[in-house]
Design a protein around this ligand. Sequence first.
Ligand code: SAH
Ligand code: SF4
Ligand code: F3S
Length: 447
Amino acid sequence: MALKFHIKTYGCQMNERDSDSASALLIAHGYLPTEDENEADIVILNTCSVRDQAERKAIGKLGIMKRIKAERKHMIFGLMGCMAQSRGEELLKTIPHLDFVIGTDQIHSIPDAVEQILNGTGSKLDLRERCGADTPGIDMHRTDTIKHNAFISIMRGCDRYCSYCIVPYVRGHERSRNPESIVEEARELVRHGVKEIMLLGQNVAAFGLGRHAPNLPDDLSPFADLLKEIAKIDGLERIRFTSPHPAYFNKKLIETIAAEPKICKSIHLPLQSGSDRVLKKMNRPYDVAKYMHIVNSLRALVPEITFSTDVIVGFPTETDEEFNMTRQVMNDVGFDNAFIFKYSPRQGTVSARMDDDVPQDVKEERNQILLKDLEERQCSKNASLVGKEYVLLVDGPSKRNPKRWSGRTDTFKLAVFEPKQEIKAGDLVKVKIVRATPMTLYGEVVE
Ligand code: SAH
Ligand code: SF4
Ligand code: F3S
């Protein structure tokens, strides 16, 4: 009988995408996926290291797996992902119930690793650098769970070395994929019914540039070229991407986003800090003026565009005044959404050598202030959308009330509505917003 596997994913969308490739590879090798880890013969945790809290979650789960494995002795238990890459060797030595560890660049070898454990042969640890970004197998998708939206990783790794960030150390050098193979992957997904594609990478706007320095000439953006090629695919309705680094936003990219209707008008543009001094210490090669220039240029071309961001509070030496600059920039841009993180020193990074001198309670306080600002802004923004009409890409019925369906606007707002006729996930439906809460819009189907 075929063995069943379960992959539990922590961390970012790139990890989700990697879990999907690993699952597709395991399925192709005859293993069966299961949603229930308690009936799985093979359990793999796909881990994240970006903040201490992310690692603690995985460590907690490692403890739980000890108990599960004590009852199910035949079970194979493995680790993949960023924490596997950074701490795999140590974990394999100290955790007897861990069978194998696969690094971020060896996803294609997961079926082999499982087979070797089953046969009692071979190595338990594979942290080798570095598969190419086009290694066969890592572009596979699970076709049994495919929906109307899908992820495509367009590059691997990161060469930016922001001083706080562990990603370049755990994901390796930046490698862009061949654009033709990305477009082919997108076409294949569309043949399977996909309507919306999210392009993934830690530094997507630097796609195809190699080691090109930031602050590009106005007319050079291989990423913009890629967006245009993907937009030509018939049947594809929407293109999103995450994360673009502001330093690579030039005129060509801005104009492409504005001009191409399939590119969603909701841009995630990580700010990190609103203080030029702190940005410099973070090794983020842009200043607030450049950031605002990108926002204002896009807004001038596309007035309805929305922005979301990432910011870090309590970076070493951040003063109250500098924190207030971040708060000010966030209010000036008027972000529709923001991921606010308390600085967490990561071993091996440049900022880990700086004194983590902003006390935890100050970080917490700054975090709360920004969250409250965000909530107030979301409240008033959503209220201002009542009466407007939007086209939703339908996600499906809500779990609690199957009569109520939900979908997303091009600007990534979630709206719920009661369908008038037969609809399915992936359909486009026009609604008029009749009511709003901070997180949700309520629409009525128009026509
Ligand atoms: N490549 C993306 C970010 C990926 S990591 C970019 O450059 O924008 C996602 C977010 O985690 C970052 O944007 C940053 O805000 C946050 N982050 C990364 N390292 C962190 C750390 N050491 N402490 C707190 N937040 C961190
Ligand atoms: Fe980390 Fe900076 Fe690379 Fe983003 S661009 S992954 S924050 S090093
Ligand atoms: Fe975490 Fe790795 Fe993503 S560290 S945020 S899973 S690239």
